[in-house]
Design a binder for this molecule. Structure first.
Ligand code: OAD
Length: 233
């Protein structure tokens, strides 16, 4: 169990691993999405300009998989922790699924965007809820301004969302917990190095992450099995 004092502020960073037990594939490792798809073809702004249909096929597939998924005990444990700590907990996820919200988390920062939102790639219209799939022969949707509608996702080469709020929360935290993330994608991989001199740093996942040197504790195991015991609420 992780002891949390009444003065602690907890920053949680989740990655694809927390949703693995819900049936959503991770990116790297066995069965990972980047083993079957090339990121240059489906996960960059250039890819969308070159072949928007292929990009939408990829995100349509991911919308279908994520719509069928349910939160697992790992998501539920973090929602329970938020109820106990209220605004002393900052939940930042690299995941674009909505399983944290479905488990009951109220304040989730999606630094890589949200799978069930779309936006225009040319005008400033706000991102909007969109659970549709756009696959051939369907046309790529267009905005009223004529621009193409794209997934509300941070692609490689783009700046993640909400970095100001994230770095403020990192400054304030006294306990940093990363769950199910391989520790290779920046800037998230460096959050732990940013806080390690003044915060307890804890990793939870079945294998050590690439940035394991920066963690003071590694709890090896699946998120759905470990988190309810580490954070019983
Ligand atoms: P990765 O696919 O790189 O890593 C998944 C991590 O989850 C690995 O460290 C696994 O050991 C761990 N894992 C697997 N099963 C788990 C389980 N049951 N419980 C806990 N952990 C488990 O995914 P991320 O680190 O999240 O970005 O990837 C970061 C970013 O790279 C993603 O947000 C995505 C990707 O390219 C964008 O699309 C912008």
């Amino acid at each position: 169990m992780v002891e949390i004092a009444s003065t602690d502020r907890v920053f949680i960073l989740t990655g694809a691993g927390i949703s693995a037990e819900s049936g959503i594939p991770t990116f790297r490792g066995e069965g990972g999405l980047w083993r079957s798809y090339r990121v240059e073809e489906v996960g960059t702004p250039e890819a969308f300009r070159r072949d928007p249909r292929l990009v939408w096929e990829f995100y349509s597939m991911r919308r279908r998989v994520a719509s069928a998924a349910k939160p697992n005990p790992g998501h539920v444990a973090l929602a329970k922790l938020e109820r106990a700590l209220e605004d002393r907990l900052f939940l930042c996820t690299q995941n674009v699924d909505s399983l944290h919200e479905q488990a009951g988390s109220k304040r989730v920062t999606h630094m890589h965007g949200e799978l069930f939102k779309s936006r225009c790639d040319s005008c400033r219209r706000a991102p909007f809820d969109d659970a549709n799939t756009y696959e051939p022969p369907a046309e790529i949707p267009r905005c009223e301004c004529g621009g193409r509608i794209r997934p509300h996702i941070c692609w490689f080469g783009e700046v993640p969302f909400d970095l100001d709020r994230i770095f403020q929360a990192l400054e304030e935290c006294t306990v940093f917990v990363a769950v199910g993330t391989s520790g290779v994608v920046e800037p998230a991989a460096s959050f732990v190095a940013h806080v390690r001199r003044r915060a307890r740093t804890i990793y939870v996942g079945p294998e050590e992450p690439a940035n394991k040197f920066a963690f003071t504790e590694c709890h090896l195991g699946k998120a759905g099995e470990m988190l309810p015991n580490l954070f019983p609420g």
